[in-house]
Design a binder for this molecule. Sequence first.
Ligand code: CTP
Ligand code: MG
Length: 168
Amino acid sequence: MLPAYLPNNCAVLFGKGRPLDLGKSFRDHRRILGDGKTFRGTIFGTLAGIFVGTGQNMIAPKFGLPSFGDGTELISVLVALSFGAMLGDIVASFFKRRMDLERGESLFLVDQLDFVFGSWILLLLLAPSWFHLNFTPMMIITVLIITPILHRLTNIVGYKIKAKKEPW
Ligand code: CTP
Ligand code: MG
């Protein structure tokens, strides 16, 4: 899951500048996505996920760990995990704005798991056999329990080091 976890943290550190929705709103004056989803954050976040995944893949055999595959499968898996995570977060922001929640306002469980579902959905589309091989039902349940806890802890750290405006 690391290539899906890292993009969000990296987006927090590098995300500034032009927002993905170019500052535009719908006719009800609610922003399409909001200022919290930027080009820089999305691009650097995705690249960070692919980078760490490539590193993991190189050391995996030494530790007897499962790999992300090779060739096109490796690319599909890493793109799905990292870009899928960013996409899930973007889609969640779209719905948060429709629910009249301002940028940064919390939406319980959606904030904590949007990127997990984004990466899994893209994995199912791009590398379904890898998904089924590696994400057993037990693994899925474990990720769904552990991720909100990790998400909360990293955001508290992000808040304390002043990288993030809210501790969630
Ligand atoms: N970020 C970014 N681009 C992204 C995702 C995140 O630039 N695609 C950066 C933004 O600076 C954002 C911060 O990371 O403020 C925290 O991300 P997140 O919590 O997802 O955004 P919020 O500001 O809480 O906005 P939203 O309510 O839309 O989730
Ligand atoms: Mg947020």
